[in-house]
Design a protein around this ligand. Structure first.
Ligand SMILES: [Zn+2]
Length: 84
């Protein structure tokens, strides 16, 4: 596993998986979805909101985090050059 140097303090950066979205949004979606589903106001809408909430809460992305200054850097997934 390769590592990169921090551009600010030259410290070692490590790859960390963080949540892609604000988790509070996901929790709100799940609560709203559950309420809709339970109250039968909109079962389908509730299920959609629930699914969306679960997706938001579980979605993760990889970033580089500096161990020294806590700077975070988006990891660019370079998957070009697929020769099949
Ligand atoms: Zn740093």
């Amino acid at each position: 596993m390769d590592t990169i140097d921090c551009r600010f303090c030259s410290g070692a950066m490590e790859a960390v998986a963080v949540h892609k979205f604000n988790r509070h949004f996901g929790v709100v979606f799940i609560i709203l979805g559950a309420l809709f589903a339970i109250s039968m106001v909109g079962l389908l809408l509730g299920v959609i909101l629930l699914a969306l909430g679960v997706y938001i809460v579980t979605s993760k992305k990889s970033v580089w985090v500096c161990k020294s200054c806590r700077t975070t850097l988006e990891r660019i997934e370079d998957r070009g050059g697929s020769t099949s």
